[in-house]
Design a protein around this ligand. Structure first.
Ligand code: FRU
Length: 915
């Protein structure tokens, strides 16, 4: 539920982020328009073209995606051709060309054919390969001018044409001629050609006047500039210019332009020749953006005379004023727009920041709440944990107190057992077997006293009641002396003990609690002995550096796993598969060493033994020589250092020795197998049972199983808790093997709970005896079990009793008997058929077969086989007519007389009598 709402919260945050950023970026970025490059090729440079160029530039500004590239050819056809080609190579998006001469067409055609849209303006070429044309109607201009002059009563006219190869000159002349050659009274007295410039016109007119000039009252120039040039030439030749009418074309309203000249009376008339850069640009954009456009676009133009010139000029002035006002307004609008754009960006940033802030705050609040929740839960958990720890600690303390109390209580009775036992042992009249029993009591009482002592010592340390009783002594000598106490057991166990103090130079004096250090050493040695296999070695070393003694005790046992090393000194912790022991010894070591402000740790490589390293300061504070009493006790109750103390599993061979060497081995007695890991317990059981039974011993379930299979005992007495293989597993395996499944098992254990008993019986155990038990109870139990074993009186009669008897056996034994019967009956005719072969046929060794058959039927396999043969013979005698001798051979007897004897022994009558 919680996780769900968190996820929803995060989704909302994500949405907010996305929206903000989309908004931000979409607002900031203006839509990216396609950029266009437009090449403008001007045929020449003059005021008219300059005005046009300026209008184009201004118009281009309205489209902020247009780049204009204007080139002028200065009336040079070659240059204009090159410039157009360059524009084509640069891949301009559109070309605007004012062709200087009609002959320029090939360059324009190339551009057009390459797919570049071409706008022809003002002038034309011969080709029609262009996208659109824009310009005035020059033919109309020429004819209008002709008509006007005629109406004004002008008769003799000199026509001053523009460049003969340029289209306006051709068209204007055409238009004018159409009027002059018509019905009108205009007399075209001379036709001159100039290059559209004032200077060019001046020279042409000057030349005309210098020769024999015709009579003329009017000069019609194809533009105003040339009209001015003609006027100047006339002036130079002293002609009365007030009588001559000078006319032009263009009528530009600017200062010094045609309109002003008319209003000043310098020109008689002109014709507006519009530049209209804005329309040219509009046409270009329509083509580029795929909008509709006209291919032929004629610009409107009009005649300007003295009558309308001043009005037009006023209009022009007004237009200029309006334009300037518009420009101001536009710049203000632009500024406002840019201000608005900036403010919008600021606003967006602010809003985004605010949203981010809100999101961050929300996340922080959420995180804080989650953290607070976790903290609260954590606190609760810690509190619970603390409470639990306290409860456990209290319980442990109570348990330890209980142990301490019990230990204290045990001391007195144990001492009361130990004392009288020692007294009895001192009495020479006490002879074996009572002496050995007393010795066992003595040893085990001391063991218990030792254990009780350890528990109490540990408790003392734990409750800070342990104190150091300081002595000043030679540590090297002490170690050598203490290790001597272990010699006997070492020899018996074929172990080597070495003491290496070679690195210690001076007399290694230490001030410490000698009793406690000896206890430490004793425990280290016991631990090492417990795990050192036969033939191994225990090495003790002493070193001294920096006021610290280091004692190392290394064994050649199986070692301890790395992860177990730190726990080695924990109370009740049993490492190394813990074969016996209580887990107290090493914790006492740690406690006593730490009491001396020393340190202890284990070093081990698994499989290569364990080294315990003890470091002790060479001195302790508060040493008082007066209180240092020399009372070196023999090490740790030296008498106890035997195999019992250093509980270890005694090998099968060692225990077999006791049996083999036993003088009282009697072949008639049943064999009982004792399995217990405690040598003392085995010895005790041995002493109870040896009067009535032959004894075999094993130290764990595994050894016991091997022995049971080899020796097939009559009964097994087995401990439950054992290393390697416990009693329950032993019983399970014993009862699952045909060779041994018939053997009764008595389980011995300290466990007395009902369910544990059930577990014991569940394995197939026949009886369960709880420690402590008395010898007589055990004997009675064994006796009972052996007597109550159902014995099969016969297995070949086929009688109902026989079948009933068989049912009392376990299933494995029932199968075994069935198989035995089958094999015997099948082979009884074969006089060579031996017990060995019978064993092989039922899958048992000779001994196993013998003991098992004997246990189940009370007879040996040979007797059983003979009985089977006789039973068969008896049936044949009664049911057939065959002779006795024939029957004897048939059932596997080699001599009829021996058959007769056996038959009589078995059935109390001869074969003949029986028939
Ligand atoms: C400008 C100009 C104008 C004339 C026009 C003809 O270059 O000479 O004066 O009217 O060209 O194309």
């Amino acid at each position: 539920m919680k996780g769900h709402s968190h996820r929803r919260l995060y989704a909302i945050y994500l949405l907010l982020f996305t929206t903000t950023f989309t908004f931000l970026f979409s607002s900031c970025s203006t839509k990216e328009k396609k950029r266009f490059v437009i090449g403008v090729s001007q045929c020449s440079e003059d005021v008219w073209r300059e005005k046009l160029n300026e209008e184009l530039r201004i118009a281009a500004l309205y489209y902020n995606n247009v780049k204009l590239d204007i080139k002028s050819a200065n009336d040079d056809v070659k240059m204009q051709t090159q410039q157009i080609d360059a524009f084509v190579n640069e891949d301009v998006d559109l070309l605007i060309v004012a062709p200087g001469q009609v002959s320029i067409s090939p360059a324009i055609d190339r551009a057009y054919e390459k797919g570049i849209p071409v706008i022809i303006f003002d002038r034309r070429t011969r080709s029609d390969k262009y996208t659109a044309y824009i310009g005035a109607d020059n033919r109309k201009i020429g004819s209008d001018m002709g008509r006007f002059l005629a109406s004004a009563g002008v008769s003799d006219v000199v026509e001053l044409c523009g460049l003969s190869s340029s289209s306006p000159a051709i068209e204007r002349a055409d238009g004018f001629e159409s009027i002059a050659n018509g019905q009108n009274k205009i007399n075209l007295v001379k036709k001159l050609y100039a290059d559209w410039t004032e200077k060019g016109a001046y020279h042409v007119v000057d030349s005309m006047l210098s020769a024999t000039p015709p009579h003329f009252t009017c000069i019609f120039a194809h533009n105003d500039r040339m009209a001015v040039g003609a006027r100047k030439a006339c002036q130079k030749h002293g002609l009365d210019i007030s009588r001559i009418r000078f006319c032009g074309i263009d009528a530009m309203p600017e200062e010094g332009g045609g309109m002003q000249l008319i209003s000043e009376g310098k020109l008689f008339a002109s014709y507006t020749y519009p530049t209209r850069g804005d329309e040219v640009m509009q046409l270009a954009m329509n083509i580029l953006t795929g909008k509709k456009y006209e291919r032929e676009n004629l610009l409107a133009s009009a005649l300007v005379t003295h009558e309308n010139a001043s009005v037009l000029l006023m209009q022009y002035d007004e237009t200029v004023r309006q334009q300037s006002r518009l420009a101001t307004l536009r710049s203000r609008v632009d500024k406002a727009a840019s201000d608005f754009q900036t403010q919008r960006v600021y606003l967006i940033i602010l809003v985004s920041f605010l949203i981010l802030l809100i999101v961050a705050c929300a996340l922080a609040v959420n995180a804080y709440r989650t953290k607070a929740l976790i903290n609260r839960k954590l606190k609760e958990a810690v509190k619970r944990q603390e409470q639990l720890t306290k409860e456990i600690e209290d319980m442990t303390q109570r348990r330890l107190q209980f142990f301490t109390n019990v230990s204290h209580e045990l001391r007195t009775p144990l001492t009361l057992i130990a004392g009288p036992t020692e007294q009895l042992l001192e009495d020479p009249t006490v002879k074996a077997p009572h002496r050995s029993m007393l010795e066992m009591i003595h040893r085990n009482t001391h063991l218990l006293l030792q254990l009780v002592g350890e528990i109490l010592d540990l408790r003392k340390v734990q409750t800070n009641k342990a104190e150091l009783v300081l002595n000043r002594f030679d540590l090297q000598k002490a170690l050598t002396l203490w290790s001597e106490d272990f010699r006997t057991i070492a020899i018996r166990r074929k172990l080597t003990i070495t003491v290496d103090t070679s690195t210690v130079k001076e007399e290694p004096i230490i001030i410490a609690d000698r009793d406690k250090i000896s206890h430490v050493f004793f425990n280290l040695m016991s631990n090492a002995l417990k795990y050192t296999p036969k033939g191994g070695s225990i090495n003790i070393s002493l070193a001294y550096t920096n006021h610290t003694y280091t004692i190392k005790v290394s064994d050649t046992g199986k070692g301890v796993a790395k992860e177990e090393l730190p726990r080695l000194f924990e109370r009740f912790y049993q490492a190394r598969g813990a074969e016996g022991g209580t887990g107290i010894g090493l914790s006492i070591v740690k406690a006593f060493v730490e009491l001396h402000k020393g340190e202890v740790h284990g070093e081990s490589e698994e499989g290569k033994g364990l080294t315990i390293v003890v470091s002790l300061p060479d001195s302790q504070p508060g040493y008082d020589p007066a209180k240092d009493v020399e009372k070196e006790k023999p090490t740790a109750e030296a008498g106890l250092i035997d195999d019992n103390y250093v509980t270890t599993s005694i090998s099968a061979k060692e225990s077999a020795e006791r049996i083999t060497n036993a003088e009282d081995f009697d072949h008639d007695r049943p064999l009982v197998l004792i399995i217990d890991d405690n040598e003392g317990m085995r010895s005790y059981l041995h002493s109870i049972l040896k009067q009535k039974y032959n004894i075999s011993e094993a130290a764990n379930g595994k050894e016991g199983l091997e022995k049971a299979r080899r020796e097939v005992p009559k009964l097994v007495v087995c401990d439950v808790m054992m290393p390697v293989m416990d009693g329950l597993e032993f019983t399970r395996q014993l009862k699952a093997d045909t060779a041994t499944c018939h053997i009764p098992v008595i389980l011995l254990t300290a466990r007395s709970l009902t369910e544990q008993r059930e577990e014991g019986y569940g394995t197939g155990a026949d009886s369960y005896l709880t420690k402590p038990f008395s010898g007589s109870v055990l004997l009675a139990r064994i006796d009972n079990l052996l007597r109550s074993r159902s014995m099969l009186r016969s297995i070949f009669s086929g009688s109902t009793e026989e079948k009933e008897e068989e049912k009392s056996l376990n299933t494995l034994d029932q199968t075994f008997i069935g198989r035995l019967r089958e094999v015997m009956q099948k082979n009884m005719g074969d006089s060579e058929y031996s017990v060995e072969r019978l064993g092989a046929d039922v899958g048992l060794s000779r001994v196993q077969l013998y003991r098992k058959v004997k246990a189940l039927t009370g007879q040996t396999p040979v007797e059983l086989l003979r009985k089977a043969r006789l039973e068969k013979a008896k049936k044949l005698l009664l049911k057939t007519e065959r002779s006795v001798a024939e029957i004897a051979y048939e059932v596997g007897f080699t001599s009829p007389s021996y058959f007769n004897k056996c038959f009589k022994d078995e059935f109390g009558m001869s074969p003949g009598e029986s028939r």
